[in-house]
Design a binder for this molecule. Structure first.
Ligand SMILES: [Zn+2]
Length: 128
């Protein structure tokens, strides 16, 4: 049997047991990109990965999600490639299905777009 260790670790030394240990940042609203961050405020790496999505009919549709290679490589070195792949994959899935408040993210995105395009509202009124 291999080692019992099942947590991931950031190259800064911070342990990440499951999706609740990651920080999520949604700044790149126009790009529909959610950043996955190390919770250690003095981490030199900061961003561990990203999740890209589209909004289709008011629902989030996943485009691409992955961890960056420094984080993946670090864990592959610690846990072995196969185990690291399994652990990180489950973290990514948990982040997508449990951690991220998709409803709020979609509402934030759509609200921003409504504010940026007031002419569309006017047009509606004229056509009415
Ligand atoms: Zn870190």
């Amino acid at each position: 049997m291999d080692s019992k260790e099942t947590h991931a670790q950031c190259p800064c030394g911070h342990k990440l047991n499951d999706s609740s240990d990651y920080n999520i940042l949604y700044l790149k609203k126009e790009m529909r990109e959610v950043d996955i961050l190390c919770p250690n405020s003095v981490c030199y790496l900061g961003e561990l990965g990203f999740i890209k999505f589209e909004i289709v009919e008011n629902q989030a549709q996943l485009e691409r999600a992955r961890f960056y290679s420094p984080y993946v490589t670090w864990n592959a070195t610690r846990l072995g490639e196969e185990k690291a792949r399994i652990v990180l994959k489950s973290h990514l899935e948990e982040l997508i299905t449990e951690k991220i408040q998709w409803r709020q993210i979609i509402d934030d995105s759509l609200k921003l777009e409504t504010l940026e395009h007031p002419e569309e509202i006017e047009e509606d009124i004229v056509n009415d």
